[in-house]
Design a protein around this ligand. Structure first.
Ligand code: SAM
Length: 290
């Protein structure tokens, strides 16, 4: 177990100074210095001894150490070489021998996760307090690759969380909302104001839980569905008919497909449910085979 006082900005600063390190803004480094919130997030993972977990951005290991203490088998992805070396020092006991439960993958998770996936498969849980530029990209990349976790608990900038959970008709409803809600049941866990972090960010954060949908992919051609969703939202102000005219698969046959799917051509994507898009995708998949 690590001996760092994760609730004290002064202690964290002293620890970093002693290791010749400083917080790096470019990596979105803001530590969660609220013990209650950390416990709540880790509890939301519903870990059992031996549960396999990926954590993105462990930092100095405040929640990494809790996940390990709960008996999980954890692989963490960290871009900051200095943090990685501190983690090796602080959590050395979990990395030793045949029974090791902690592995660290250094580098940009957007570049490293696929290698880890190919080598060791998909873990049961996904966890991270993610910098905002990485959050949406990593979630979208993984779903697009067909990688889904039984449960994911992610803390993200509030705007990203709103996009994940937005419903048809909401301002934040986007192709990203559809992608997330196609793959997962999504819900909010807790809001975290800037004061829960050190250094204090200008934005609020929100933790979101994503639980794998049992029925998946609910369409005959997942890659066509993802292409369709991107096309439907390509220009938000345009009707679905106009957006679909730009998609090679539907060009010239848009009216026919929309009629078969029971959708008015004048609708905008922002009012369509995930199920309506899935049904449209199947109509198109069937139609282009003919
Ligand atoms: N988990 C710690 C906590 O909650 O206190 C730190 C969270 S901090 C918001 C984000 C962490 O993600 C930092 O450790 C940062 O170095 C790491 N990080 C940022 N970009 C990354 C990337 N592309 N790949 C892997 N880790 C990244």
């Amino acid at each position: 177990m690590s001996g760092i006082d994760y609730d004290s900005p002064a202690a964290l600063k002293a620890y970093l100074d002693a290791h010749g390190m400083a917080m790096q803004k470019k990596f979105g480094q803001n530590f969660l210095v609220n013990a209650q919130a950390r416990r709540r997030l880790v509890d939301a993972l519903e870990l059992e001894p031996g549960t396999s977990v990926w954590e993105v951005g462990p930092g100095l290991g405040s929640m990494t150490s809790m996940i390990l203490a709960d008996g999980a088998r954890l692989t963490a992805f960290e871009i900051d070489r200095g943090f990685a070396s501190c983690l090796r020092e602080e959590l050395a006991d979990y990395m030793k021998g045949d029974g090791a439960t902690f592995r660290l993958v250094e580098g940009d998770v957007l570049k490293t996760w696929k290698g880890e996936w190919k080598e060791n498969g998909v873990p049961e849980r996904f966890f991270g307090n993610l910098p905002y530029n990485v959050a949406a990209a990593i979630v979208a990349d993984m779903i697009s690759a067909g990688v889904r976790f039984d449960k994911a608990v992610i803390t993200v900038q509030k705007e990203v969380a709103q996009r994940i959970t937005a419903k048809p008709g909401d301002d934040d409803y986007s192709s990203f909302s559809v992608l997330c809600q196609w793959a997962y049941d999504v819900s909010n866990i807790i809001d975290l104001a800037g004061g829960s972090f050190w250094p204090r960010p200008n934005v609020d954060s929100r933790a979101v839980k994503m639980v794998k949908k049992e029925a998946f992919p609910r369409c005959s051609d997942p890659s066509l569905f993802m292409k369709l969703v991107r096309a439907l939202f390509a220009q938000r102000r345009k009707t679905i008919k106009n957006n679909l005219n730009a998609l090679p698969e539907t060009k010239g046959r848009v009216d026919e497909f929309l009629e078969k799917a029971g959708l008015a051509p004048t609708l905008r994507a922002e009012v369509l449910t995930v199920d309506q898009m899935l049904a449209l995708s199947d109509v198109i998949a069937e139609g282009i085979q003919k």
